[in-house]
Design a binder for this molecule. Sequence first.
Ligand code: ADP
Ligand code: ZN
Length: 298
Amino acid sequence: MYIGAIEAGGTKIVCGIGNEQGEIIDRVSFPTLQPSETLPRIVEYFRGKELKSIGVGTFGPINIDKSSPEYGYVTTTPKPGWSNYPFLGELKKAFDLPFGWDTDVNAAALGEAKWGAAKGLDSCLYYTVGTGIGVGVYAEQRLIHGFMHPEGGHVLVRRHAEDHYEGFCPYHNDCLEGLAAGPALEKRWGVKGAELGADHPAWAMEAYYIGQALSQAILLLAPKKIILGGGVMHQEQLFPLIRQEVQRTLNGYVNVPQLAGGIDSYIVPPGLGDNAGLSGAVALGINALQEFAGQRNS
Ligand code: ADP
Ligand code: ZN
């Protein structure tokens, strides 16, 4: 059985075909240009493939309220052409298939829970620390939505005493994303994150911010696993620093093995590696297919 998967990011779009084990059989990638250029490439890739459904995990914010006339829209993004764009609707015009639709990070959380680092668990959080910071929330065996999807990258954090960088979030300046996403590293230190040495003080400051956000999420949701992905998390030295920061900020209050001796296997990189987003989109597609079959049988 083949499931189509779309991982739509701010810089590139990855399309692929997966199976019910979450294995990726084929993939292509192209830059995220205006929808008028990008949509035809997506449609061309999937055309003629024998798919059962398609899952879309996309950059946001997006409308995920099925009762809304704007369901399936990308809403307020600054990306040229994508603001208020009916992404899902345009895909549905091209393919008469069940579609899964969620954020890239919710997709990744679902994929990790199905096949990756949180396999067998009924909850996890997936953070991406890249051009922005996004958080996917999987709890009690499903992805969490309220009036919209979670936007946990914009939580407020306490400022580091030695940080004089103002932050780049256009809405809040110094929210988590504004202080700790890839562009903040570059603007604060004057070089790209990838060029900072592993022992540079940038990483302790980075961990100070990410650790705080994780502690708040732990207090709020008590997730059974926290997975940290995205370009910045390729800096592996961040993991022990973030774990320490979580322990320091919680200060023993949450007394569970995951936050003591077990923390190395509690705050972890994606089990699916760089496939987390695409496999997650496959998982969204599988869920959409099951939902469709359920509706037909009821
Ligand atoms: P996106 O968020 O656009 O989907 P990424 O997750 O790759 O893509 O994030 C890109 C951001 O991560 C950029 O700001 C880049 O500078 C930063 N980045 C990428 N690789 C590394 C690295 N090895 N170390 C530190 N920062 C990195
Ligand atoms: Zn913000």
